[in-house]
Design a protein around this ligand. Structure first.
Ligand code: ADP
Ligand code: 5GP
Length: 223
């Protein structure tokens, strides 16, 4: 019988995956991200660096690393970002070292980044990236959610609505597109995607050796 030797102790040891949630602002990606982090401890959030000022209640180091523009530019020059982009007049970037540390610690990494960042991440990490785009059920509901959230001025909300069209136009750069109508139903789909992607053959590091050992088992007789 095939025995689990040292190599095979962890046949399901995996390559970590980079799980991206993008959406037009207000469609619900932060809500979905929070639920995912609360329900699954094997996935950690990539905390972005931004030049945007903190909103009330946002915590430096938890929601974002808030920096000034010269600091951000220095980080770009030093190659500290895996990707970065201008969004809504501010700079946002994903710190490379933190992502590498999470993957080394056996965690999958969750990204709340826009389509520009998703493209760059995909160029860097290819099939390790799983791209999920969240759509609102309607534009009226998107605006209602932005107003109900109560975090932005009328001017900022108008700007976000004006950009929603352009952002929605990038839906086809993603592997999965979900409509966030009912939050619980949408979250269940996000969890389904994560589970299925984790099981993909290419992410299972120990499978080749494990299958070879199974095939060597003397109980398998040549036909
Ligand atoms: P995003 O991160 O995409 O900008 P948020 O997650 O902040 O969006 O969601 C915007 C607002 O809409 C929040 O107040 C959130 O509680 C609410 N919301 C999110 N999903 C739903 C949903 N399916 N139904 C109703 N309200 C929702
Ligand atoms: P907010 O200001 O509402 O927190 O974020 C605005 C937009 O910036 C969102 O679409 C969010 O996904 C995106 N974003 C946040 N962090 C990053 C990042 O590190 N890189 C990129 N490319 N986009 C980001």
């Amino acid at each position: 019988m095939a025995q689990a030797n040292n190599d095979l102790d962890k046949p399901l040891e995996r390559r970590g995956l980079l799980f991206v949630l993008s959406s037009p602002s207000g469609a619900g990606k932060s809500t979905l991200a929070r639920k995912l982090l609360a329900a699954h401890n094997a996935i950690s959030l990539s905390v972005s660096v931004t030049t945007r000022p903190p909103r009330p209640g946002e915590v430096d180091g938890e929601d974002y690393h808030f920096v000034d523009t010269p600091t951000f530019k220095r980080m770009v020059a030093d190659g500290e970002f895996l990707e970065w982009a201008h969004v809504f007049g501010h700079r946002y970037g994903t710190p490379r070292a933190a992502v590498e540390a999470m993957l080394e610690n056996g965690k999958d990494v969750l990204f709340d980044i826009d389509w520009q960042g998703t493209q760059q991440l995909f160029q860097e990490a290819g099939s390790d990236v799983v791209r999920v785009f969240i759509l609102p059920p309607s534009i009226a509901e998107l605006e209602r959610r932005l107003r109900a959230r109560g975090t932005d001025s009328d001017e900022v909300i108008e700007d976000r609505m004006a950009r929603a069209r352009a952002e929605i136009g990038h839906w086809d750069g993603y592997d999965y597109v979900l409509v966030n109508d009912d939050i619980d139903a949408c979250f269940a789909k996000v969890e389904d995607i994560l589970s299925a992607e984790r099981l993909k053959r290419m992410r299972q590091k120990g499978l080749i050796g494990f299958a070879r050992e199974l095939m060597k088992d003397p109980q398998i007789r040549p036909s």
